[in-house]
Design a protein around this ligand. Structure first.
Ligand code: FAD
Length: 527
């Protein structure tokens, strides 16, 4: 059980009780990866509690808090794209909260200690500032985060509770809470399809997931909030060292507001892209998927709301017999379910968030780990046009589609025989939507080292991928300008041979056929 902090946290959540209302003078909602006011479990509970407390203590306050720690950002390898997006999202959150009469307090912590040994610092600050300004005890609410360090941090915070500092955590990140869908033997499913059937049944039988949680405005004078606002200016004093790592001014990120997230969802549905999801999602040049992932990862929209909207669009039905098997909107919902699946998996196998393969036996694979080849993969200089196009798009925009992610992950881990963890880290450092569980899950799937993974002998055939998903070479030409005038289909799909004259574009760093055989051999040897 000690190995499953998610189960331990869930026990604490189930046991948590509201302290005597008359004893609480302020409720602090601690925003983490839930940067929204709509459909937010912990925030809505914070407001509900505040209303109850107000019955006995008229001037009890709601304080909205966000904490920044440069050290954490670095440790998580979060990309400049993701951080810029989150900082912008914070500004829009501030506006939304203002309309609710709540000021957002951003507090910067400097500690370089690991997250789980830092709980005292947080509690001390809450006591020194919030407790003294509110002139009474404080209740902190937050939504659970399922990465291992974050789970242990919250467990420690539960232990640190006393009269002055009370702590309540809520499940909010998944549509179906981790640990609630188990096999007949009570264990976590290892295969997605049966898990998905249970997920759908759960959705159908529970009201949860159907209606967005309502958030009410707070009627308060922001006396305490204003006093705490002094921390604000300090919070944004990011170190020069960190600013160099976060070149905000050079990055153009999508607009980061809750309204934008909802508009994007609406547009995805009304443009027909949701209804044509199956036909269009894999075509590389169309970029027709929802692009909601950065909004979901930063918490600007809940997956509950995304699924509800799609569910409604599908005539409130999922897995109905009279619906064609290949229903596009249902397949979209199924993709969103993969996100829940990987979070459930990470809660059950916490080492998934520590760069350890779920299929232990694959730890014996003799990766070639050629640094030069890896670096060419990173920069889009492999000479394999489709791989280069995708990797350049990632570098320039921070976003690539699922098909793109699968192609380059298969190429790195199989054809180049580079340890999947190198690629997983590179993705984290460059994705706008970097999410530990989905990223590790996706890499585990493509490199055949993870849960419900592709069999190891499934190695993407680049020529076939191009034939199917970039038949006219439009995507490749868009991102590999060296080939913009090439009319030889072989060059566009398989790269140039030594004999082909193509200015400034290299020939492939590996032979696809040979490298495929080498990968099969390496996997066979280890398994
Ligand atoms: P849509 O196709 O419109 O799907 C809607 C939502 O469903 C997405 O926003 C996402 O939240 C969820 N989703 C869709 N496909 C998946 C999937 N296969 N696994 C989990 N959730 C999914 N997704 C991330 O959010 N963060 C990551 O760091 C990440 N890393 C990945 C790494 C690899 C190697 C692979 C193969 C996949 C990874 N994914 C990751 C999953 C998926 O590629 C992205 O969620 C998706 O491409 C985002 O684009 P979209 O919002 O347009 O997706």
């Amino acid at each position: 059980k000690r190995e499953k902090p998610a189960a331990l946290l869930d026990e604490r959540i189930k046991k948590q009780k509201l302290p005597a209302k008359a004893d609480i003078s302020a409720v602090v909602h601690w925003f983490r990866t839930d940067l929204r006011v709509r459909d937010n479990a912990a925030l809505s509970n914070a407001i509900k509690l505040l209303r109850e407390i107000r019955g006995q203590k008229k001037d009890a306050q709601l304080i909205a808090l966000y904490t920044i720690n440069e050290h954490d950002w670095r440790a998580h390898l979060d990309s400049g794209w993701k951080l810029t997006f989150a900082l912008n999202a914070l500004e829009s959150l501030r506006e939304m909260l203002k309309q609710m009469n709540v000021a957002l307090v951003v507090r910067k912590f400097e500690s370089k200690k690991p997250l789980l040994s830092r709980s005292s610092e947080f509690v001390d600050w809450v006591k020194e500032q919030c407790v003294s300004l509110a002139q009474g005890n404080v209740l902190v609410t937050a939504n659970a985060q399922y990465e291992t360090d974050e789970l242990y941090r919250d467990l420690k915070l539960f232990d640190k509770q006393d009269e002055q500092f009370r702590f309540q955590v809520y499940h909010d990140q998944c549509i179906v809470q981790p640990g609630s869908l188990t096999t007949g033997k009570g264990s976590q499913y290892t295969v997605f399809t049966p898990w998905y059937k249970r997920w759908v049944e759960y959705l159908k039988s529970h009201k949860q997931g159907k209606e967005a949680i309502k958030i009410h405005a707070v009627d308060q004078e922001s006396k305490v909030n204003e006093s705490l606002a002094k921390f604000e200016s300090e919070a944004y004093e990011l170190s020069d060292e960190f600013l160099a790592y976060l070149p905000c001014d050079k990055l153009e990120v999508p607009p980061a507001t809750e309204a934008d997230a909802h508009e994007l969802l609406q547009e995805f549905i009304s443009s027909g892209n949701a209804h044509k999801y199956n036909e269009k999602k894999d075509t590389l040049s169309l970029d027709s998927t929802s692009h909601l992932s950065c909004y979901i990862t930063s918490g600007l929209i809940s997956t509950r709301e995304v699924v509800n909207r799609a569910f409604h669009e599908n005539g409130d039905s999922l897995m109905r017999r009279d619906i064609k098997q290949n229903n596009s909107v249902e397949n979209f919902i199924k993709e969103v379910a993969w996100r829940d699946f990987y979070k459930h998996v990470m809660c059950n196998w916490p080492y998934m968030s520590m760069e350890i393969a779920i299929k232990f036996e694959t730890m014996d694979i003799k990766w070639e780990n050629d640094e030069e080849k890896f670096s060419k993969w990173c920069l889009g200089e492999t000479g394999l046009p489709v791989v280069d196009a995708i990797m350049r798009k990632l570098l320039y925009t921070g976003y690539i589609s699922n098909r793109c992610r699968m192609i380059v992950a298969s190429f790195l881990s199989k054809n180049l025989l580079v340890d999947w963890r190198w690629g997983e880290r590179w993705f984290r450092k460059h994705l706008l939507d970097a999410d530990l569980a989905s990223n590790a899950g996706g890499w585990g799937f493509c490199s055949s080292t993870g849960i419900d993974a592709q069999p190891y002998f499934r190695i993407f055939n680049m020529k076939l991928q191009c034939e199917r998903y970039d038949p006219d070479g439009k995507f490749v030409k868009m991102w590999v300008p060296e080939l913009k005038d090439a009319d030889n289909v072989r060059i566009i799909r398989e790269g140039r041979s030594e004999k082909d004259a193509v200015d400034g574009y290299p020939s492939p760093i590996v032979d696809l056929k040979d490298s495929r055989e080498r990968a099969l051999e390496a996997f066979r040897e280890a398994l």
